[in-house]
Ligand binder design. Sequence first.
Ligand SMILES: *Cc1c(COP(=O)(O)O)cnc(C)c1O
Length: 423
Amino acid sequence: MKDNTKCLHAGYTPKNSEPRVVPIVQSTTYVFDSTDDVAAVFDDPTKALIYSRFANPTVMAVEEKIADLEGGIAAMCTSSGQAANLLAILNICNAGDSVVASSQIYGGTINLFSYTLKKLGIDCYYVDVDATEEEIEKAIHPNTKAVFGETIANPSVSVLDIEKFAKVAHKHNIPLIIDNTFATPILCKPIEFGADIVTHSTSKYMDGHAVQCGGVIVDSGKFDWAGSGKFPEMVEPDESYHGITYVGTYGKLAYILKARMQLMRDFGCYPAAHSAFLLNLGLETLGLRMKQYCKNAQEVAEFLKNREEIESISYPGLEGDKYHELANKYLKGASGVIAIVIKGGREKAIKFMDSLKLASNEVHVADIRTCVLHPAGETHRQLTDEQLVAAGIAPGMVRVSVGLEDVSDIIDDLKQALDQINK
Ligand SMILES: *Cc1c(COP(=O)(O)O)cnc(C)c1O
């Protein structure tokens, strides 16, 4: 199946007289014929469903669809993108370990890595998104267990050289984790370029309609956990599961099953069946929507780049953009997010935002409706000026998330707001 067909059909194939649409199995629990049957499932939870804190048929259909779209072997949904990145790291890092991350990543992930993981004893070393192989290597310590980056960074829209990061990670026998939220598997499949684990905030383009938060972790099944020698918990018996060994018992599925059996069991951030049902509705039109987001954003970017109120514009789809070549290599389209810096800094950026009529000022991105956000004053306000620069965020930056309205209406709105700036 090709992508648009997968969006509609992967993960759920009804049998004779079963519902055409993935049913919502809104049940906390599942029944068994005997105590022995329950005991068997406790010994190996992959044998049947036990409890909807870590597996549910509606959610599993969506997991299979996303794994298929990404070219992975399995996936696990979470209740948010934050939960996905948290569990993706905790599955392979303990206190005393570290992670190397690109500095141009989502502000919430910077919080998670710099503060919360630090409190748990996991350090994060940042490297520039354009770091050379040598610079990335320098950041990798003997205790480093993963390298992390975003395909298209939120909000700076830089494009990561995935193959370069994968090469360095693999040289050190550690996996590359890619947050593919802005590209979606329609525009980029990071596993094809060497990523081992792919994460998403499904709250963004995958859901697409701004109706529920969610996240997902996709396992490529390609990383050699046993051969690496750096992940003893993947090969040694898990006392919390009667001495199961993940690689020994589950082979290529070791990472994702460990995440589900240990971490989802203990953290419990699994989405509800109803949320997965809504996510699935979004996924059904993902291919169609991504194509149109790219088309609208390209036209909006071409309009914005000629306006004198704008100091700079970043959109990897633009000829001459710093990341245009990487976009051509890695992406089938530059997605729907444009970062602009308004001349006159913070004050003029706010004037522009407050003058918009159609585009909404909201803490979201990748909504089906055009929306804008001022990172320095809103999502990234906790960052120091130094961190803002490292994350590629100027005080006058506005993130424009181009929606699926008629593009002429979007451009008219941006035009009238730009006209207001210097009035
Ligand atoms: C929004 C976002 C997240 C966090 O996802 P939530 O669903 O809001 O928890 C993580 N990574 C990226 C790139 C994002 O845009």
